[in-house]
Design a protein around this ligand. Structure first.
Ligand SMILES: NC(=O)C1=CN([C@@H]2O[C@H](COP(=O)(O)OP(=O)(O)OC[C@H]3O[C@@H](n4cnc5c(N)ncnc54)[C@H](OP(=O)(O)O)[C@@H]3O)[C@@H](O)[C@H]2O)C=CC1
Ligand SMILES: O=C(O)C1=N[C@H](C(=O)O)C[C@H](O)C1
Length: 269
């Protein structure tokens, strides 16, 4: 069995810690490095110290040091951090699994350019369940294309910094594509005051932030006399971590290219 060397960015974060534990528990993976930023808790310490273990990977802010020997960098940080990491990885042949959300169009274009030099899996949600939900939404949107108002409701923990979630936006894109609409033109992000009647061509978004909610997404198709709700609720971050490991293994035989979790899970039918 070939061992894949994995480095983790944002190693002290909520996802970073899940990923450190998941990599240490995987027989075919080795934790080769861990990245933090100046001021991060845990900088200079073993990435597995929070588990009471020694992995040998010391959390560093030095990209050359943290990425030495890495086949794949798994990055769940912030857009500005991911873009800096992607530039380095593209120049040094390190593959990337990117879970970070909140990119603007220029950021997404920069990742596409980086994927011409290295292989990248980029997805706003790595869980199998969410990606299967996206397929269900494609089918529902095509079958409910007239007479149903579409609203996307998402809830996350109080620490989340971007809204709507990357997953909610992806759900909106999948639905808009299925309906032949452009999400940029039909999205409504919240309502206040005298809004007028609902325009049937819009896709609405509502965001809830509070407590320790890991990630809930519901798409409501509201018709006359009936409502259809398609929901996914995460009760653990483990699914995101396991999906990321699957994505890392998927990249093992890829040299360049931009992929998503549909590619990893074989859902591109
Ligand atoms: N695709 C998916 O399946 C999922 C995606 N996410 C996304 O992943 C990202 C991280 O989420 P989460 O783990 O909850 O966040 P956290 O805030 O818990 O962790 C972020 C980590 O990134 C570090 N960081 C912050 N800014 C930078 C930077 N500029 N450069 C490098 N590192 C930086 C933080 O360091 P410090 O601790 O010092 O602040 C921290 O270690 C978010 O965008 C979130 O939406 C989350 C879950 C699943
Ligand atoms: O920040 C989070 O926590 C999550 N972010 C991702 C998103 O923005 O969709 C995925 C998941 O919902 C958890």
């Amino acid at each position: 069995m070939t061992t894949l060397n994995i480095a983790i960015a944002g190693a002290g974060g909520r996802m970073g810690r899940m990923l450190v534990e998941a990599v240490l528990n995987a027989d075919d993976l080795r934790l080769s490095g861990a990245l933090g930023i100046a001021g991060s808790d845990g900088l200079g310490q073993d990435a597995a110290a929070f588990l009471g273990k020694a992995s040998g990977a010391i959390v560093t802010a030095d990209l050359a040091e943290g990425l030495r020997g890495a086949d794949v960098l798994i990055d769940f940080t912030r857009p500005e951090g991911t873009l800096a990491h992607a530039e380095y990885c593209a120049a040094h042949g390190v593959k990337l699994v990117i879970g970070t959300t909140g990119f603007d169009d220029a950021g997404k274009a920069a990742l596409k350019a980086a994927a011409e030099k290295t292989a990248i899996v980029f997805a706003p949600n790595m869980s199998v369940g969410v990606n299967v939900t996206l397929k269900l939404l494609e089918l529902a949107a095509k079958s409910l294309s007239t007479g149903y108002d579409i609203e996307i409701i998402e809830a996350h923990h109080r620490h989340k910094v971007d809204a709507p979630s990357g997953t909610a936006l992806k759900m909106g894109e999948v639905i808009a594509d299925a309906l032949g609409r452009d999400l940029k033109e039909c999205a409504v992000y919240g309502r206040e005051g005298v809004t007028g009647e609902r325009d049937p061509s819009t896709i609405g978004f509502a965001t809830i932030r509070g407590g320790d909610i890991i990630g809930d997404h519901t798409v409501l198709f509201a018709g006359t006399g009936e409502r259809i709700e398609i929901s996914h609720k995460s009760s653990s971050r483990a699914g995101y971590a396991q999906g990321s490991l699957r994505a890392s293994r998927f990249l093992a035989d890829k040299a360049t290219g931009l992929f998503d979790m549909y590619d990893v899970l074989g859902l591109n039918t």
